[in-house]
Design a protein around this ligand. Structure first.
Ligand code: HEC
Length: 142
């Protein structure tokens, strides 16, 4: 009787483990697509302001938003992507990178491009304007 009960107990545990494993693998499969690329959350109001600033400040003379590079890299799909730099380093285009690319463009030059982006935006743009531009670029991630 005792052995029978142990057998049932073991079976229940095994079934439970199996179910848990099944659910776990299903869950990790479901999350697999997002695990590698963190979701990009955009402040839509800031993005709209950023679009206007980009037009008024002349960024779009060198950058496109349609995937075709100009004299600078396109902003389409930029946010969250990995950026090969001239230094040989590869970095992820997160908010910090994007903001730094605007205020100190010579510090992380993208491979295949010349270091021709004007360095004066750190002085001519406010923190908020830089943040708005970053939100706009983030909104073009996909
Ligand atoms: C005279 C052309 C020019 C102008 C104007 C210009 N950029 Fe750039 N920008 C470049 C070039 C060239 C690069 C790539 C070399 C580098 O990283 O500095 C670049 C790089 C960048 C990057 C990093 C891109 C990447 O693919 O990783 C961002 C972000 C950026 N610029 C934002 C801006 C913003 C915002 C403005 C306007 C406020 C602006 N740029 C104005 C030429 C320009």
């Amino acid at each position: 009787m005792r052995n029978w009960a142990e057998g049932v107990f073991a079976l229940v545990i095994l079934l439970g483990l199996g179910a848990a494993l099944f659910m776990f693998s299903g869950e990790s499969l479901g999350q697999g697509s997002t695990a590698t690329t963190a979701p990009i959350l955009v402040d839509p109001d800031a993005a709209v302001r950023g679009e206007i600033i980009a037009g008024n400040t002349g960024c779009l003379a060198c950058h496109t938003i349609n995937g075709t590079p100009g004299s600078g890299p396109t902003w389409k799909g930029l946010a969250g992507s990995s950026r090969p730099l001239q230094s040989g380093e590869v970095v992820i285009a997160d908010e910090t990178y994007l903001a730094n690319s605007i205020v100190d463009p010579g510090s992380q030059v993208v491979a295949g491009f010349d270091n021709i982006m004007p360095p004066e935006y750190a002085d001519s743009l406010t923190e908020q304007e830089i943040g708005d531009l970053v939100e706009y670029i983030k909104s073009l991630a996909s």
